[in-house]
Design a protein around this ligand. Structure first.
Ligand SMILES: [Zn+2]
Length: 212
């Protein structure tokens, strides 16, 4: 029997969310249908409020309820150390490391020639502009160690090396150091799922980036 059109539409919308397949979308849809009037009203308002209030920071791209975000506006943060991550969830993960007090840059994705994602599709130009204009002395490339993360890290390291030579000749003799967390970021593993201790060790033992 054909399902009601409104129910089909709900399933289609739910399936647009990451990791939601046909089975999961049905479970979610039935749970939504069973909500009381009050619960569904609260659910809709919560979605609308979050969608309206949380947006990417104009400086670093982290999603927060203020822009510049609370991290970029925090005067106690060390603005000379910048950690480059793939997405906003990674900022939350690195934020769990007590000793990391630097700032971030969220790329909003990684390079993927197979999916047609090139340098202009992620926040690389804004990163280079920051590195040139802000007194940053170290960039930590905290990207996943899967193929796309590695490709992106190699690309960025090359660009930052060129930029470092430029800033050195323009009166910043220390240049820009490029580091990456020590081995310990599992292949394909996402930062957000790493436990605090492993993440802290990987950051403490960070080393100079070797370019291939
Ligand atoms: Zn920010």
């Amino acid at each position: 029997m054909k399902r009601p059109a409104s129910f089909e539409k709900l399933l289609t919308i739910l399936r647009k969310l990451p990791s939601v397949g046909p089975k999961m979308s049905e479970r979610m849809a039935f749970r939504i249908l069973r909500m009381t009037e009050e619960e569904i009203k609260d659910f809709i308002e919560t979605l609308q409020d979050a969608h309206k209030e949380v947006r990417p920071c104009v400086i670093c791209g982290h999603w927060d309820d203020s822009s510049p975000c609370r991290i970029c506006s925090d005067e106690t943060r060390d603005k000379t150390v910048l950690c480059v991550v793939e997405n906003s969830q990674d900022v939350q993960a690195v934020g769990r490391i007590r000793d990391f007090n630097g700032v971030y840059h969220v790329l909003g994705g990684v390079l993927s020639p197979l999916e047609g994602i090139g340098p202009q599709d992620i926040q690389i130009a804004s990163l280079m502009k920051r590195l040139e204009g802000e007194p940053i002395v170290e960039v930590i490339l905290a990207l996943n160690s899967d193929v796309e993360g590695e490709t992106t890290a190699q690309y960025l390291a090359k660009q930052i090396t060129f930029l470092s030579i430029k800033v050195q000749s323009n009166g910043r003799p220390e240049g820009i150091r490029i580091t990456r967390p020590a081995q310990g970021l599992p292949a394909g593993g996402e930062l957000e799922y790493m436990d605090e201790l492993t993440l802290t060790r990987a950051f403490e033992g960070r080393r100079e980036f070797d370019r291939n």
